[in-house]
Design a protein around this ligand. Structure first.
Ligand SMILES: *Cc1c(COP(=O)(O)O)cnc(C)c1O
Length: 335
């Protein structure tokens, strides 16, 4: 199957499977797992932070960050489309007693600085205490302009707020704009990064922060049941995600553009190339086409998509250039 539903479907590489088999492990709750410790040190170094914490998922990394930055009754400012507001089950509110203050995302994925400024609450008993601004890069496959990251950080400094980046796909952003992950992380007090998406590790995310934040997050991780024992089996694959999979993402971005260009030639799809920055293509389906029927037809030809009026196509390691070309032929047949 050529699976465009998400880059989370990527299979671990042969090298990852071998590294997992051979990984030196210990009990990570005792801090004894050498593979986990190496991964955390490597990531902290790579992204320019004091420290890192290996966690089960991106959702857990974001939740730990929010809970480490904010106390009960605090609030964080984020986008309406932010994963850590919209797609994480309301975890910050449910488990952290932290109130989100979502703001409308602009078309390029940014937030209006004026909106952020207005959303920051004065110190008054009526209001939750604004503590944190949380951004996401990439968001909907879009790379946030670096000037926006710098402006947000300046605004946060001015109001003594902390900044968090949901960098689930930060590696895609870095590769697409020719900057390092450290350069794009420098505007934030904490960053979460998924190893299990385009970077192809089977499981795991990292939370990065300073030597004050990470111990707090570590405590919450234990409380939330996220203390894993011989987790080095997973960290071994995570290390290869960071060393062998980052630069390769450029191929996924090329394939996304190839797909977008192909879809644009077809009646029935509307694609705006302006918004194809990384490995995601959003194609709006003509009204006369039924997304369920299209998905069904493509599945019969070996192509998997998530049906919708706007279809999100995600390219990744397990989709080659030839697969994209084959997919375009399958779509023509389906139409
Ligand atoms: C996937 C994703 C997450 C959550 O990661 P999981 O490992 O699926 O929990 C968080 N933020 C963004 C932007 C994501 O794309």
């Amino acid at each position: 199957m050529i699976d465009f539903r998400s880059d989370t479907v990527t299979q671990p590489t042969e090298a990852m499977r071998k590294a997992m088999y051979c990984a030196e492990v210990g009990d990570d709750v005792y801090g004894d797992d050498p593979s986990v410790n190496e991964l955390q040190a490597m990531a902290a170094d790579m992204l320019g932070f004091d420290d890192a914490l290996f966690v089960a998922s991106g959702t857990q990394a974001n939740l730990l960050a929010l809970m480490a930055h904010c106390e009960r009754g605090d609030e964080y400012i984020c986008g309406q489309q932010a994963h850590n507001y919209k797609f994480e089950g309301g975890g910050a509110a449910v488990l952290g007693s932290i109130q989100p203050q979502p703001l409308t995302n602009l078309a390029d994925g940014t937030l209006s600085l004026e909106d952020i400024r207005e959303a920051i609450k004065p110190d008054d008993v009526h209001f939750a205490h604004t503590k944190l601004i949380s951004l996401e890069n990439t968001i909907g496959g879009l790379v946030l302009p670096e000037s926006f990251l710098a402006d947000t950080q300046a605004l946060a400094f001015e109001h003594r707020l902390k900044t968090h980046l949901d960098g689930a796909r930060l590696a895609n952003a870095a590769v697409a704009c020719g900057r390092s992950m450290a350069q794009l992380s420098q505007y934030f007090d904490s960053v979460s990064l998924c190893l299990s998406k385009g970077l192809a590790a089977p499981v795991g995310s990292l939370l990065l922060g300073d030597s004050h934040l990470i111990p707090k997050a570590h405590r919450w991780r234990k409380m939330l049941g996220g203390g894993m024992r011989q987790a080095g089996v997973l960290a071994a694959a995570g290390k290869l995600a960071l060393t062998e999979q980052v630069e390769r993402l450029a191929e996924d971005h090329d394939n996304a553009r190839l797909l977008a260009n192909g879809l644009m030639q077809l009646d029935g799809f509307r694609v705006d190339l302006t918004w194809v920055h990384t490995n995601m293509v959003f194609a709006e389906l003509a009204v006369e086409l039924n997304p369920e029927v299209l998905a069904h037809n493509l599945r019969a030809q070996g192509v998997l998509i998530t049906p919708g009026r706007t279809i999100r196509w995600v390219t990744h390691k397990d989709i080659s250039r030839a697969d994209v070309q084959r997919t375009l032929e399958c779509i023509k047949r389906a139409l």
